[in-house]
Design a protein around this ligand. Structure first.
Ligand code: ATP
Ligand code: MG
Length: 395
């Protein structure tokens, strides 16, 4: 009998023809988060198995950040399908535990076993009651829930069920470019896109000296938090100062934000194309601010043809905050450093911008040249989950 970590796939198991592609990616992503440990991974269509001599709880903890995992169990493989052998092995495991009540749950993927899951549970339960004195079955609230899976070539036994994140393995649905500001919304939007299997790169617009190094560091630290789910992230940093100043000086102030965002979209679409990202992702939420009315979103969106995915479009702010707290980005997001949008924010931004006016105003500045320059000089950081200095105990 070997102690192992067992992984259940959940929604992944609905993939029929290309399930192997999904599982291969899941294995790759798991190996990435466990790369400093000694592990072996194998899998079949129902389960993935992680063999390790390292600390099981620590491994399980890291798996909680991998998308595509529905459930994690620390359990045992019994290399037999003989019911008598299984009973004895289960008894050995239970003898190491202290408890008074239990329940057996069985799953039977080996349909050759000429019985039902319910009968298997009853039989094993009776055997346990007979061999360990003082126990009782409690089907509602057992101290020990014993799960047994009767498979074709072997049997799995486990007690605890640890909930995984669900979703699809990052990278199975291609790549997207996340427009990442230092705010609360965009990290959550990135998280939700990754959950659907999209690998992300991020783009951040800064306006030094109007925005500070602290504001930039805040975005880097948010990127690092998201990188835990994504196996590192390329962060594209665009110097937006000249564009913003040109807009500020030449364009009626009620259109500042609309035009600024059209420029951000144009630049993001070009970077996405260069990086083979198929979508833009952002944290826009309908009605949140003047630039997120339906008319505004339409006037801003018209400058790009790449699909723009807004995972938070229909979320309330309070629900967004709940997720931000859950993924540990909230505390960083609320640090009080200025964003390039907030500095140039007009008193009365237009709520229903007209597309013709947008084009007319934009033509007052040499925006194509400015965009070209901003992209040409942009900086790319490969943000890693762990910097080498954080591994110093291993070096
Ligand atoms: P967040 O929406 O992330 O809380 P915010 O509320 O300051 O930040 P909004 O003005 O609501 O940002 O902008 C909507 C979306 O536009 C953001 O969620 C983000 O995706 C994108 N965005 C805004 N500012 C920037 C920036 N400086 N760099 C990159 N993307 C940005
Ligand atoms: Mg917002």
């Amino acid at each position: 009998m070997e102690k192992v970590i067992l992984i259940k796939y959940g929604e992944l198991s609905t993939k029929k023809d290309n399930i192997n592609f999904f599982l291969k990616k899941l294995k790759e992503n798991i190996l990435f988060v466990l790369d400093d440990l000694s592990v072996d991974i194998d899998y079949d269509l129902g389960r993935m198995f992680i063999h390790t001599k390292d600390n099981f709880d620590m491994v399980a903890d890291r798996l909680k950040k991998v998308f595509g995992i529905h459930e994690i169990n620390i359990g045992y493989i019994i290399e037999s399908i003989d019911l008598e052998i299984i009973k004895d092995e289960v008894l050995n495991l239970l003898k190491e535990k202290e408890f008074k009540t239990f329940k057996v749950e069985s799953k039977r993927s080996n349909k050759k076993l000429n019985t039902t899951s319910l009968l298997l549970s009853k039989n094993l339960g009776a055997y346990i009651l007979k061999n360990i004195k003082g126990l009782k079955v409690d089907v509602k609230n057992p101290e020990v829930l014993l799960n047994v899976e009767y498979r074709i070539h072997n049997t799995l036994v486990y007690f605890d069920k640890i909930k995984g994140l669900g979703g699809y393995p990052v990278g199975t649905l291609g790549k997207g470019l996340l427009m990442l500001s230092g705010g609360i919304d965009s990290p959550v939007a990135g998280y939700l896109a990754m959950k659907r299997g999209v690998k992300i790169e991020a783009i951040y617009f800064e306006s030094p000296p109007h925005t500070s190094v602290e504001a930039k560091n805040k975005v880097i630290s948010l990127t690092k938090k998201l990188a835990q789910y994504n196996c590192n992230i390329n962060l594209h940093i665009i110097n937006f100062t000249e564009i913003q100043e040109a807009i500020y000086k030449n364009i009626p102030h009620d259109y500042l934000i609309t035009i600024m965002r059209r420029m951000m979209y144009r630049i993001s679409a070009i970077i996405a194309n260069k990086r083979n990202a198929k979508i833009l992702i952002n944290g826009e939420s309908i009605g949140q601010v003047a630039s997120q009315t339906l008319t505004s979103m339409s006037a801003i969106n018209e400058v790009v043809s790449i699909p723009v995915i807004r995972p938070l479009a229909c979320f309330d702010k309070l629900d967004i905050i709940k997720i931000a707290k859950g993924i540990n980005t909230y505390e960083t997001s609320i640090l009080p450093f200025e964003d390039c949008c907030t500095i140039f924010v007009p008193k009365h931004p237009v709520i229903n911008p007209l597309k013709e006016k947008c084009s007319e105003y934009e033509n007052l500045i040499p925006y194509k040249d400015l965009i070209y320059k901003a992209i040409k000089t942009h900086e790319v950081l490969n943000v890693k989950v762990k910097e080498e200095s954080e591994f110093k105990d291993l070096l």
